[in-house]
Design a protein around this ligand. Structure first.
Ligand SMILES: O=C(O)C(=O)C[C@H](O)[C@H](O)COP(=O)(O)O
Length: 203
């Protein structure tokens, strides 16, 4: 099954305290969102991926903010089952292809999407979605590139997600709104589960 079809929303999570990783993942899964993207933006990220992979088998945990070949090897070694990059460089795409796990490379322009499609990569992250043109822009890409599907991420919230999900070239959306920093800090897993359930029902 494709990464874009696991759930209508991929939660993008920024984990500062590794102790929150497992309860956070459990709350997201309980709410109905099994695919979880842990961004490599914090020092705790790698260990967080490892703990979720080991202790929450119902989750499909992946790494986000993947920028280098080292990010890829460290993430896969930690247990990441998919990889997401904010953008794409020639060396990064080669390393993603060699990683052995599914991946969503970032693209915004028609040329970036065409270059990836030329290599047979037709499931992409569209980042930063809102800032780059949002629903209108993605709808336009669907004309000339109907075979390329996207996971738009960046600035999307529960109120705007349905407009993206209604597009034929959108498989799912990504976002941080399901895991507010204050809920993580206070361990309010019931709130995270509720936000996840609301998102899981979007499609
Ligand atoms: O870290 C990455 O790899 C990114 O590409 C950026 C994230 O996907 C966005 O920061 C999502 O954040 P929100 O806009 O708050 O939903």
């Amino acid at each position: 099954m494709s990464l874009l079809d696991l759930a209508p929303v991929i939660p993008v999570v920024v984990i500062d305290d590794v102790e929150t990783a497992v309860p956070l993942a459990r709350a997201l899964v309980a709410g109905g969102l099994p695919a979880i993207e842990v961004t490599l933006r914090t020092p705790a990220a790698r260990e967080a991926i490892a703990r979720i992979a080991a202790e929450v088998p119902e989750a499909t945990v992946g790494a986000g903010t993947v920028r280098t070949a080292d990010d890829i090897s460290a993430s896969v070694a930690a247990g990441a089952r998919f990889l997401v990059s904010p953008g794409t460089t020639p060396s990064l795409v080669e390393a993603l292809e060699a990683s052995g796990v599914p991946f969503l490379p970032g693209a915004v322009t028609v040329s970036e999407a065409m270059a990836l499609a030329e290599r047979g990569i037709k499931e992409l992250k569209f980042f930063p979605a809102e800032a780059a043109g949002g629903v209108t822009y993605l709808k336009s890409l669907g004309g000339p590139l109907p075979d390329v599907r996207f996971c738009p991420t960046g600035g999307i919230r529960v109120e705007t997600a349905p407009d993206y999900l209604a597009l034929p070239n959108v498989g799912c959306v990504g976002g941080t709104w399901l895991t507010p920093a204050d809920a993580l800090a206070s361990g309010d897993w019931a709130r995270v589960e509720k936000l996840a359930a609301e998102a899981a029902a979007l499609r």
